[in-house]
Write a protein that binds this ligand. Structure first.
Ligand code: SF4
Length: 366
């Protein structure tokens, strides 16, 4: 895995009063620091760059979150969502996978941004979780970044894992393609944190995710987290089609069950590769050797392009059958796909707020 080493750090006025800012700065004694008042100043530096996405991934911007950190995962119009909440503690990611939607979402805000006012985050979570103690909150941190890609720098996990351990009605999912677990693996998590790896066959990791941890490294980290009592999640997302996809993805299933016991798995998700029309030219331009755009795609209700429906059904049916050989009760769900596809794969369609929550809650130590 490639560790994050910024070329420059920007610190705005709001961030300068937080000790977290200076802890992070101290980790990079040789990286120049530039003090700015607010973000527009930093954006000016990129105004004439023809490669602002690439340039932005080399800049660490320390600032504060001025809005809310916590929100319900927006899901996608017309598709089944899984009743999930997200904490936006950072945006962007240096690991730079070819298919990453962030290169398009964050084109106008392309820095690696970390929000240092973590005290405000904890106060907000405390308020939300206390307001409705009967409700169970399943929370993730990987909507606009990878949960652990720069955790050895921010040590964010060291703060949130103990925080969730002390909350009766909330669980945290750290979702990643990294293998940096040393910061939190030995903490007292009390079963309230699940660590989840997005996985792909080694050849896809090598061609589309080359800066991330290898499959072996991810599974080694998963084994250590399992040993420390964490439940483990896996996300087959995005599943990418090529002639030998089925053999290769089935081999990944076999390898992960060589390492993790079925009873320690929190959940497994399946999601076929999808992209927005705006992302396509960026992939072509930034990753000219990528083959992920080969194949036939159709526009879906949310505006994203996906593999043809019969192909998606075939992918999910095949993966579900393979996974269920290791345990009928392992929760497996489809990420961002339609009711019709759910129906054809499972023979039933979940109700977002009931069936899926129930499916997950059985696996949580609450
Ligand atoms: S690891 Fe995740 S967030 Fe980071 S570049 Fe890859 S897909 Fe994007």
């Amino acid at each position: 895995m490639e560790y994050f080493l910024p070329e420059i750090m920007y610190i705005d006025d709001a961030a300068a009063v937080y000790s977290k800012t200076w802890e992070i700065v101290a980790k990079f004694p040789n990286v120049p620091v530039r003090r700015i008042h607010e973000k527009p100043e930093a954006l000016t530096d990129l105004a004439y760059s023809t490669r602002r996405v690439d340039r932005g991934k080399k800049i660490l911007y320390l600032t504060t979150q001025k809005g809310r950190f916590f929100k319900k995962c927006p899901g996608t119009k017309g598709l089944i969502c899984c009743n999930y909440y997200v904490i936006n503690f950072a945006t962007n990611c240096h690991l730079d996978c070819s298919y990453c939607i962030l290169q398009e979402y964050l084109e106008n805000n392309p820095f690696i941004t970390f929000f240092v006012n973590i005290e405000d985050l904890l106060a907000e979570l405390d308020r939300v979780f206390s307001e409705d103690p009967q409700r169970v909150y399943r929370v993730g941190t990987g909507e606009f970044t990878d949960s652990l890609a720069m955790d050895e720098i921010t040590e964010f996990s060291k703060i949130v894992v103990p925080f969730f351990a002390s909350r009766a009605n909330a669980t945290l999912e750290l979702k990643t393609k990294a293998d940096t677990i040393e910061q939190f693996v030995n903490l007292d998590h009390r079963g309230h944190t699940s660590v989840a790896w997005s996985v792909n066959p080694p050849r896809i990791i090598a061609s589309e995710e080359p800066k991330t941890a290898t499959l072996d490294e991810r599974l080694r980290a998963a084994a250590l987290c399992q040993q420390a009592g964490y439940t483990i999640g896996f996300h087959f997302d995005p599943i990418i089609l090529y002639p030998e996809w089925e053999r290769d993805y089935h081999q990944v299933v076999e390898r992960l069950f060589d390492v993790v016991k079925p009873q320690h798995i929190s959940w497994i998700s399946l999601g076929g590769f999808r992209y927005t029309p705006e992302l396509k030219p960026m992939i072509r331009q930034r990753f000219p050797h990528s083959r992920i755009l080969c194949g036939e795609f159709v526009p879906c209700a949310d505006g994203k392009m996906r593999y043809l429906k019969p192909l998606r059904v075939q992918i999910y049916t095949s993966m579900l059958a393979k996974i269920k050989r290791y345990g009928q009760h392992i929760p497996v769900y489809l990420c961002m796909d339609s009711k019709q596809v759910w129906q054809r794969v499972y023979g039933w369609t979940p109700n977002c707020d009931q069936d899926l929550t129930h499916l997950f809650d059985r696996r949580l130590s609450l």
